[in-house]
Write a protein that binds this ligand. Structure first.
Ligand SMILES: NC(=O)c1ccc[n+]([C@@H]2O[C@H](COP(=O)([O-])OP(=O)(O)OC[C@H]3O[C@@H](n4cnc5c(N)ncnc54)[C@H](OP(=O)(O)O)[C@@H]3O)[C@@H](O)[C@H]2O)c1
Length: 283
C-alpha cells in the first residue's frame, strides 16, 4: 500500500519514520515545508503524484496553552486543514488515519472513558481537535480517528523528556498529583496503527481510544521516570489549584481501550513497561 504521512517532523511523524524502514508498504513522509495541509492543492498533488491509498495524518496544532490565545491558528490546522484532507480522501476514494486527543472528553466520574462517553472539551485545543473529528465522522471516506493521550517519544517536546532534563538540573521539582491519565509511548501507537493497516478493517467504527494500559498521575509518572533513569531529584506533589496553567486540563482522563483491542485483535502493554523500554533506549 502507498501511504502518505503528513507532519513527519513532529514526534509521532518521526516515530513512524523510525519504525517503517523494513515495512512492505511504501511510505512517503512529508513535513510542513513539503506538504502544508492547510493547502488542499498540495495534498491533492501529493496524493495524485504518489498514487496514495492511505493518509496517516500526524500534522496538527498541538500547543495546548497557546491554543487559548491563538484560536484561529488552532482551527486553521485542526479543523480547516482536516476538512482539506477529508475532501481529498473522498475525491480520490482513499482512507485516512487521523489522531485526536483525550482532551475532547470531560468526564466527571471515575470510570474509564469509552469512545461513547460524553464529549465536552475543557480547553480550546480540545475544541479545535473535536471540530476536526466531526468532519471525519461525517465523511463518506473509510477514515478513522485514534484518540491518544500523554504522548512521549525520543523526539520533540514531551513530559518525559522535560522532566528528565529538569531532574538532572535541579535538587527538587514540583509536579501535579491530581490529574490522572494514560501515558502513550509513541512507538506503541505506531505499532498499533500498523496493525490496523494490515487488518484493513476500516468500516466498523470511526473512533478508537489508544494509550498504554493502566493509568497514573503526573507526580507518580515523574517518580517512575526518575526511578528508571536513576535521577536523584526530590519530587514534591502539588495540586492543580496551586500550579495553574493557561489551559484547563481534565482531572480524570483514563481511557478504555476495549474497542481497539477487540476490533484489531491487539494487546497493549502497561504504561510502566513501555516506559522502561523507552528509558533504556533514551540516551
Ligand atoms: N503530544 C501529545 O501529548 C498528544 C496527546 C494527545 C493527542 N495528540 C495528537 O497526536 C498527534 C501527533 O502529535 P505530536 O505530539 O506528534 O505533535 P507535534 O510533535 O506537535 O507534531 C505535529 C507536526 O505537525 C506539523 N504541522 C503543523 N501545521 C502543519 C501544516 N499546516 N501542515 C503540515 N504539517 C503541519 C508541525 O510542524 P511545526 O512544528 O513546524 O509547526 C509538527 O511537525 C496530533 O494529532 C495530536 O493532536 C498528541
Amino acid at each position: 500500500m502507498r501511504i502518505l504521512v503528513t507532519g513527519s517532523n513532529g514526534q509521532l511523524g518521526k516515530e513512524f519514520k523510525n519504525n517503517t524502514s523494513n515495512s512492505d508498504h511504501e511510505f512517503y513522509f512529508t513535513d510542513k515545508k513539503e506538504l502544508d495541509i492547510t493547502k488542499k492543492k498540495e495534498i491533492l498533488d501529493s496524493v495524485t503524484i504518489y498514487k496514495i491509498e492511505l493518509i496517516i495524518n500526524c500534522a496538527a496544532y498541538t500547543n495546548v496553552n497557546d491554543a487559548e490565545t491563538n484560536k484561529r491558528q488552532a482551527i486553521k490546522i485542526n479543523l480547516d486543514a482536516v476538512r482539506n484532507l477529508v475532501e481529498v480522501c473522498e475525491e480520490k476514494k482513499i482512507k485516512m488515519i487521523h489522531f485526536s486527543t483525550d482532551y475532547v472528553y470531560n468526564s466527571d466520574n471515575l470510570n474509564p472513558i469509552s469512545e461513547c462517553s460524553n464529549i465536552n472539551p475543557i480547553n480550546y485545543y480540545g475544541i479545535s481537535k473535536r471540530e476536526g473529528e466531526k468532519i471525519i465522522e461525517k465523511s463518506s471516506s473509510d477514515s478513522i480517528i485514534i484518540r491518544t493521550s500523554w504522548l512521549y517519544s525520543m523526539y520533540g517536546n514531551n513530559f518525559v523528556k522535560t522532566i528528565i532534563r529538569k531532574g538532572q538540573n535541579a535538587k527538587k521539582i514540583y509536579v501535579i498529583n491530581d490529574q490522572f491519565g494514560c501515558p502513550t509511548y509513541s512507538k506503541d501507537l505506531v505499532d498499533c496503527t500498523l496493525n490496523i493497516i494490515v487488518s484493513n478493517a476500516f468500516n466498523n467504527y470511526k473512533v478508537f481510544n489508544f494509550s498504554n494500559e493502566g493509568y497514573t498521575n503526573w507526580y507518580d509518572f515523574a517518580k517512575k521516570i526518575f526511578e528508571l533513569k536513576k535521577i536523584n531529584c526530590k519530587i514534591l506533589a502539588v495540586n492543580s489549584e496551586k500550579y495553574k496553567s493557561i489551559a484547563n486540563r481534565p482531572k480524570y482522563a483514563v481511557t478504555d481501550k476495549s474497542r481497539i483491542k477487540d476490533i484489531f485483535n491487539i494487546t497493549i502493554r502497561k504504561w510502566d513497561k513501555a516506559l522502561e523500554e523507552f528509558i533504556i533506549n533514551y540516551k
